[in-house]
Design a protein around this ligand. Structure first.
Ligand SMILES: [Zn+2]
Length: 79
């Protein structure tokens, strides 16, 4: 029974921490334009901005380029 209470308390604390973190992320922080992990990169082929996480990275002539799709990567290389 005692163990169960500790476990329940732990779950409650964890829940509180998760809640406070998610509440903080909802509030508009000073860095609202670039939340963590949401860096935007520009596709040099079609000039659209894509989240860094879902961008295709290609190293062309020693420079890193980010593309929205494999097609854009190919087109850019063929230019
Ligand atoms: Zn593109």
């Amino acid at each position: 029974m005692f163990r169960y209470l500790i476990f329940a308390a732990f779950i409650y604390i964890a829940y509180k921490i998760i809640r406070s973190v998610s509440v903080r992320s909802i509030e508009p922080p000073d860095t609202a334009r670039t939340p963590i992990g949401e860096d935007m990169v520009k596709d040099p082929n079609c000039n659209t901005y894509i989240p860094l996480k879902s961008a295709i990275v290609a190293n062309i002539k020693g420079k890193s380029h980010y593309f929205c799709s494999k097609e854009c990567e190919k087109e850019f290389k063929n230019k």
